[in-house]
Design a protein around this ligand. Structure first.
Ligand code: ADP
Ligand code: ZN
Length: 213
């Protein structure tokens, strides 16, 4: 299955990508996570992306398109893939189409801006890419990652001002891409729930009926 997951910042794309990845045994790639790792390790890619991410703006299209191209041509993707957070602009969607990769479904997780702002204040993340929430997705031990035991922290771009700008960017640049996939007949819309497991179940059912059609 070749899948795209879309949704506002904090809608739960990464969490659902992970659940589907486990269930379907296909890899998930998060452009945001790749960029954050590049920043943490101080590579050229990281240096060029940092100011955009910290401000809540999109990293330039050429940069992320390059990352995704490399990934999709790798062996890891031969049995399917999940793109989490790509495409995020019309130019990115066009570039993906040009690559000629067949997409089976585009999942959009819908959450209102008001709930996004509330949720983001409780998000805690780990260096390893794991993401938690102080209310909705607690780690077993407070402040510590279940997966690797490291200390959780608040992402720099999760501060309220930056979240508002990320939402603005989402509405202006990413939402139009949803319309593009709706026209292509690929869109599957799911309303994000308070409880992660409830969203996971809705996503499972919605994708199942889409793919089996
Ligand atoms: P969220 O969806 O919660 O905003 P992500 O980890 O997907 O988190 O993205 C974090 C940041 O990384 C974005 O605000 C943006 O600056 C950058 N980024 C991620 N994916 C893309 C992309 N496809 N195009 C441009 N910038 C991106
Ligand atoms: Zn961790």
């Amino acid at each position: 299955m070749n899948l795209i997951i879309m949704g506002a910042p904090g809608a739960g794309k990464g969490t659902q990508a992970e659940a589907i990845s486990k269930r379907e045994q296909i890899p998930a790639i998060s452009t945001g996570q790749i960029l954050r790792e590049a920043i943490a390790s101080g590579t050229e890619l990281g240096k060029s992306a940092k100011s955009y991410i910290d401000a809540g703006n999109l990293v330039p299209d050429e940069t992320v398109i390059g990352i995704v191209k490399d990934y999709l041509s790798s062996d890891a993707c031969k049995n399917g893939f999940i793109l989490d957070g790509f495409p995020r602009s019309a130019a990115q969607a066009e570039a993906l189409k040009k690559l000629g990769v067949k997409i089976d479904a585009v999942l959009s997780i819908e959450v209102s801006d008001e709930r996004i702002v509330k949720r983001m204040s409780g998000r805690r993340v780990c260096e390893c890419g794991a993401s938690y929430h102080t209310e909705y997705l607690k780690p077993k031990k407070e402040g510590i990652c279940d997966k690797c035991g490291k200390e959780l922290f608040i992402r720099k771009d999760d501060k309220p001002e930056t979240v508002l700008n990320r939402l603005k960017t989402y509405h202006e640049q990413t939402e139009p891409v949803i319309g593009f996939y709706r026209n292509e007949g690929l869109l599957v819309e799911v309303e994000g729930q308070e409880e992660v497991e409830d969203t996971t179940e809705l996503v499972r059912k919605a994708l199942w009926s889409k793919i089996k059609k």
